[in-house]
Design a binder for this molecule. Structure first.
Ligand code: URA
Length: 230
C-alpha cells in the first residue's frame, strides 16, 4: 500500500491534508523523515505522523527444533503444540511456515509474515527440504533410482518430483525433497514396505537447524538465513 493512502485511511484525512503533512515534514517512515508519500509500505513498516505512531509491527522469524510428540499447529484440543514451546509476547501472531508430523523432529519455521511464509511454502518455488531418515529395513542402492524417478501417489494422482537419496548406512539416509505432500516421506518408503522409524528435518533451503538448539528450543533467524526467501 502507498504510504499516503495508508495515512489517509488510518486517520480519515483528505488527500490534501496528508500532502500537507509531508510538506510540513511531519511524517516519519522507519524512523526517517519523508517528504512524499508515493512509496509503498508493508505491514512491518513503522509509520509516525506528528509524533503519533500509526503502525509499529515487527516482523518475527523463528527457527524451532521440534521435538517428538507435539503437533505442528498453533492450537489443538488434545495435544501440546509447537506454539506452546514459544515464550514471546507476540506468540499469538505467529503461524507455521510448513508442518512436520507428530513424531517427526527437526527444523520448523514460525513467523507473523504471511508473505514470507507463502513464498517459502509455495510448491512452484521447489525449495529443497532435507531430512535424516532411519528405517526399519535396509535401504538398498536400488532405492536411489526410484527416489530420483518419483513415486506415483494415487490419492493426489501425481508423481512426486525427483528427490535425492543419499544412503548413509544400512538403515539411515539423507533425503532431499522439493515439495511437501501429506506424509510424503513415509509414503515414499512405504513403496518399499519399509517403515520410517525416525524422521528429522535438517534444513529448508539454506536454513539449517542450529545444532546448538536442543529439542524444544528456538531462536530468531539471522539476516543471512532470511535472505534467500526475501
Ligand atoms: N514427510 C513425512 O512423511 N512426514 C513429515 O513429517 C515430513 C515429511
Amino acid at each position: 500500500m502507498r504510504l499516503d493512502r495508508f495515512i489517509e485511511s488510518k486517520l480519515a484525512y483528505s488527500a490534501q491534508t496528508v500532502r500537507d503533512l509531508f510538506v510540513q515534514r511531519k511524517v516519519m517512515l522507519n524512523g526517517v523523515l519523508v517528504s512524499e508519500g508515493r512509496g509503498r509500505i508493508t505491514e512491518f513498516c513503522r509509520v509516525e505522523v506528528d509524533g503519533k505512531v500509526l503502525q509499529a509491527r515487527e516482523a518475527i522469524y523463528i527457527m524451532l527444533h521440534k521435538p517428538k510428540g507435539c503437533v505442528s499447529a498453533t492450537s489443538d484440543a488434545k495435544n501440546k503444540t509447537v506454539l506452546d514451546l514459544v515464550d514471546i509476547p507476540e506468540k499469538e501472531s505467529l503461524h507455521l511456515a510448513g508442518r512436520l508430523d507428530f513424531n517427526t523432529t527437526g527444523l520448523l519455521l514460525l513467523t507473523n509474515d504471511g508473505k514470507w511464509s507463502r513464498k517459502l511454502t509455495q510448491p512452484q518455488q521447489k525449495i529443497p527440504k532435507t531430512y535424516w531418515v532411519k528405517t526399519q529395513n535396509e535401504i538398498t542402492l536400488g532405492y536411489v533410482k526410484k527416489f530420483s524417478e518419483g513415486f506415483y501417489f494415487q490419492f493426489e494422482d501425481l508423481t512426486t518430483l525427483p528427490a535425492e537419496l543419499n544412503i548413509l548406512s544400512s538403515h539411515t539416509a539423507l533425503l532431499t525433497i522439493y515439495e511437501g505432500r501429506y506424509h510424503q516421506i513415509k509414503r515414499m518408503f512405504g513403496f518399499f514396505q519399509n517403515e520410517v522409524m525416525e524422521l528429522h528435518r535438517v534444513s529448508i533451503g539454506n536454513i539449517r537447524l542450529d545444532e546448538n538448539l536442543a529439542a524444544g528450543g528456538y531462536r530468531l533467524l539471522t539476516r543471512g538465513e532470511l535472505e534467500f526467501v526475501n
